[in-house]
Design a protein around this ligand. Structure first.
Ligand code: SAM
Length: 284
């Protein structure tokens, strides 16, 4: 995969070593801001590294050696499975409208989205994912390099629909998830809809066991589990496992920024009870 990457982008010269970090504790508003910046820088670095190593696999870990055509074809199928039912439920006709995907990766969902919506925008914290996507995604889109926390660069009330799939589940901070919900409200037009894929539990019992451990032990156990192929991830375990968020908390966050018609819908793709959809509408 590195050869494929280098063939497209030239040789990577950056030093992508993952730097070990210690627990950060926020005490003041200023600290909270600093802490989120630390989080997002680390998140960006680690997703860049994952994109550099094997973008297809780290977007969709169900397979290691994806063929490009097969990978993007799966995106078409996914949009049918995850987006169409929600559009129908919200009675939103996407024709002529603009969709924004938060955490778009290499644009796996873009072809399916562009068959429904007139304009596809994607934002991602990883410049490596975006570069790979721009060079390989079969359809045109607007690719935006985000700061991992906001939708800066997108004007208020300019987007008709927001979607995010398999992204919030990796985010290690409730503050960042909350910021994305607030930002989605800001960029959505009145009457616009949102569907965010969230994590309520672990993908496996092993993951659940690791998640429970205190941080230093969690990192140690995860790295041992990784070495013996019991859990597969790359970089910091926390930017892979993310945090879990109860549906009631997600609904509360959406309601607190002004969303209406808030619903929790089942995630039909992942392990039972590991994920769900937060679905809502910005009032007209
Ligand atoms: C598993 S991939 C999913 C990509 C895409 N949504 C899809 O389904 O094909 C997760 C993506 O989320 C991005 N990501 C992780 N944390 C993020 C954050 N805080 N803000 C924006 N993007 C983030 C990663 O860079 C990566 O591209």
């Amino acid at each position: 995969m590195i050869d494929t990457y280098n063939a497209v982008h030239g040789k990577m010269t950056d030093n992508f070593q993952i730097v070990p970090h210690t627990e950060e504790t926020a005490h003041t508003q200023q600290d909270i801001h600093t802490q989120e910046t630390i989080h997002t820088k680390r998140i960006a670095r680690e997703w860049d590294y994952r994109a550099f190593r094997n973008p297809y696999h780290y977007v969709d870990a169900t397979k290691r050696n994806w063929d490009k055509t097969e990978f993007y074809a799966k995106g078409l199928q996914l949009v049918e499975q995850i987006v169409d039912p929600v559009l129908n439920r919200l009675k939103i006709d996407p024709t002529g409208k603009r969709v924004l995907e938060i955490g778009c990766g290499i644009g796996r969902l873009f072809e399916g989205l562009s068959q429904r919506f007139a304009e596809v925008y994607g934002i991602d914290v990883s410049s490596q994912m975006l570069e790979y996507g721009k060079a390989n995604c079969p359809v045109q889109a607007v690719w935006i390099h985000g700061d991992g926390l906001s939708l800066a660069g997108i004007d208020p009330e300019t987007v008709d629909y927001v979607i995010s799939y398999e992204v919030m589940q990796h985010i290690p901070s409730k503050t960042i998830i909350e910021a994305y919900i607030r930002e989605s409200y800001r960029v959505l037009k009145q009457g616009g809809g949102m569907q965010l894929h969230m994590r309520r539990g672990s993908d496996s019992l092993r993951q659940a066991a690791v998640r429970q451990l205190p941080k230093p032990l969690r990192q140690l156990t995860a790295s041992i589990a990784n070495k013996i192929n019991a859990i597969e991830f790359m970089g910091d375990i926390d930017t892979w496992l993310g945090i879990t968020l109860k549906p009631s908390v997600a609904m509360e966050l959406a309601s607190s920024v002004g969303f209406e018609r808030i619903e929790i819908l089942p995630d039909s793709i992942h392990r039972r009870n590991s994920g769900y959809w937060l679905v809502c509408v910005k009032p007209s």
